[in-house]
Design a protein around this ligand. Sequence first.
Ligand code: RUQ
Ligand code: CUA
Length: 686
Amino acid sequence: MKRTASTGIGVAVCMAMVVGMAAPEAFGQDTRRRRGAGQEVRPVDLTPEQVAQLTKVANDRRLNVDDLLAAAKTFMPSGRHDEYVLFSSGGQSGQVFAIGVPSMRLLRSIAVFTPESWQGYGFAGDNDPVLESLKINGRLVSWGDTHHPALSETKGEYDGDWLFIGDKANARVAVIDLRDWETKQIVKNPLTVSDHGAAFVTPNTEYVIEGGQYATVLGYGYAPPEEYQKHYRGMVTLWKFDRVRGRIDEANSFALELPPYWQDLADAGKGPSDGWIFINSFNVEMAAGGVERGNPPFEAGASKRDMDYLHIIDWRKAEAAFKAGKAKAINGFPVLMLDTLIADGIMYFAPEPKSPHGVDVTPNGQYMIVAGKLDPHVTVYSIDKIKAAIAGKKHSTKDAYGVPVLDFDAVVEAQVELGLGPLHTQFDDKGYAYTSLFLDSAVARWTLGGEYASMHKQTPWKLVTKTPVQYNIGHLAAAEGDTVSPDGKYLISMSKWAVDRFLTTGPLLPQNFQLLDISEGGTTMPVIYDMPLGVGEPHYAQMIKADKLKSWKVYPEIGWNPHTQRLDPRAPKKGDEGVTRDGSRVLVKMTAVRSHFFPEHVEVNEGDVVTWRITAIESAQDATHGFCIGGYNINLSLEPGEFVEFTFTADRPGTYPFYCTEFCSALHLEMMGYLHVKPRSLGGGE
Ligand code: RUQ
Ligand code: CUA
């Protein structure tokens, strides 16, 4: 009797755990005792005993005072939230990573160009819309080389709504919705195989810019390398973004034909330079390579000349020309050809020193900063001077394709010597610019001129200090660093080599994200955290104030389809569950809730085409279930409220347990069922 009673209590407790309770309580945790964002914090006033304690820990761990300070600046007490979120490209992983700053904790990955099982991204059966969106000319290309994330902007400020990212390897651009942090759209550039200058946005996200890199014959054409100058071309594509639909509007997007220089990064103007796009380039030599044929190798051939060309593009004029029907279709995509760009005054060049890499517009929109990889200077262009040079026709030469080249002296404001291998530049709130020095392995802080000099009472265009980083910094990302009002405070050095900074992880080592405290100004700019990132080689990142994000805690309604971002009428409701058959087509309607799937047995015949719908009937935050069918390559993430449909052919007979892959409750292991595929030999599929 006693035994039965206690079992009864056990079951009651289990049921409470299992059904409808908010997650923390369901696990018997007392949320009130946990430290959190809203908790009262008392000022620190160390007693002599505490000082002694701290000193002992520091000495035992061989930490100095700077280390203690760095720890205090980055440590996040349990339950406390970070001030910023860094959205980083995931490089060859094809994904995006979200990292909290200053703690440098990895918050999550966002699957973009590579199927990812935890998120159930690309594992929803044979016609998974994700896999369809990854196809290029009918072939599944299931990875990407993500380089540059771009947060959507309103009036030049990150608005926290959307995130775009480019796939360098396959010339694709993805749209991520920052309400549920999921990829919603992938567009493939029909003109070019690969790209590099993606993604960058105009100040109101009118367009998402995708610049190319390695010239090809546009539209997947063919020509031998001997015909490089004649037939190879570069391009930049302006993808129109439709905020209401939350999608790139392919029908209203267009491209510009560019000479076969290797266009590199891009940035959109703002303020006085709003309406312009700046793209730098290298290989204006048009070296076509062929070391095996006795030609100079690309690396030498492409860096012979002293000057390359900064491309200066009036995108409003380009848009007008496109709307006036002046584009020509290449592979079905509208392209404004070079002769139109020249005739309509849409594009000008300005000489830029020695194989530049980054071009970055200052927050006030006044200056464009170009870093020449092979030049120890950054070159600063002024938009006022550019406009005056265009108006005054200060272009004494043209390039090989007839594009007017503005006179260098007419458009340059300053050149600032920083060190070896300058690549990219970011900004803060104190009138400083920060440039990565790849060869020096350092971050350079230097002063901006013009109104910044008067506002901050500083000597213009001058190196202030350098902080060494380990090693070989590529991009850097400052807090709100690409907006019209950067925050300062934090800067991430995206250090490409880690070498000896961490435990050796075999010959393949992680990248090193180093956090610099840039709040103080002057010559103080310490590294305060090293974060190994062993999941790909990220290129660029953007850092947004966390309170600008309007992330959903759960989907807005039960039966929500994340692909359409609305309630899906097909989503099975409680009471609708069951299995129905129409010939050899089977429809499964299932619900998932702690801690069971309904139905638990699904019987089909060999060869049946099975469409399976699941609604996660959960509204508690974090009450996520998974669903997998081993052997059929099916794996889903069922977030609270989410509806998923998948279809597959039951072509392998047998008994397949399906189960929930998230440890969702005390009875998670019991959250399972069986798919029975009856063999033809036993009458299945007859
Ligand atoms: S990057 S190599 Cu310096 Cu932006 Cu892609
Ligand atoms: Cu649901 Cu485990």
